[in-house]
Design a binder for this molecule. Sequence first.
Ligand code: GLU
Length: 298
Amino acid sequence: MSAPTLGFTPTLRFAPSPNGRLHLGHAASALLNAEIARRLGGRLLLRIEDIDPVRSRPELAAGIVEDLAWLGLRFPEPFRRQSDHMGEYRAALLSLAERGLAYPCFCSRGAVAARLAALGVEGSDPAPDPDGTPRYPGTCRHLRAGEAGARRAAGEPHGWRLDMARALAAAPGPHAWTAFEPGGHERRVAADPARWGDALIGRRDVPTSYHLSVVLDDAAQGITHVVRGRDLEAATDLHVLLQHLLALPSPRYHHHPLIVDEGGAKLAKSKGSASLADLRAEGVSPESVRARLGFALL
Ligand code: GLU
């Protein structure tokens, strides 16, 4: 990869959610980010993805920073914390709503399930979104503006959804993103954002969602290369549409394979995968963790 000719500073980010300590899968992703940043002559930033007010805990964020330092990874400070930027997310959400591209959604999960069942879908939507969730049946899409406004004014809890048909009419595409390999090869990948349906871009509890925050933050931090797991590859289709609608630059993407356990399942704290903190407490050295993940030379 012969990058310093790019004419800008390649900028990468590692973006953990502080709802648990890091495990080996996170370590592999962070180390790959660091390795690619090094090869590109660029920099690696840390972003704390703490939009979830219940699951995110400041002590876990501090633990993550500690685990990364133990692994040998240090990041320029201050780190971007998503919880500090709710005003920016809200403004983007409202600008989409003002353009008729997003609408308030008053449906609880139960209401969505009941609506799907009433439509005869019975929980097995023939076209689930790429996360396997049945696509939103559109209940609130056609609420009259007056009714939606009155319900909001009355304080009824609501999230916000992208109106996919209108969004695609505003940004017809064809949409695509640039995939890059750590070796330097690049290719364009066709994106199909429609498979996400009317995606939730603002949650009931916070005026954003993973999808909205990630595109706004990547732009705000000047991210040029996103290196993240393959579990997020399908989300990139939606991210490029949001970038288009919000006039944000689109980084290049590399989606790496996930580290799996002996049974082939993705590592997760909920499944008891050892955290880096556990390994450290057992006396495992950072060198051996790096070697096990193939980053001995970092
Ligand atoms: N916060 C996400 C996670 O921990 C990563 C988001 C991203 O890299 O786009 O899985």
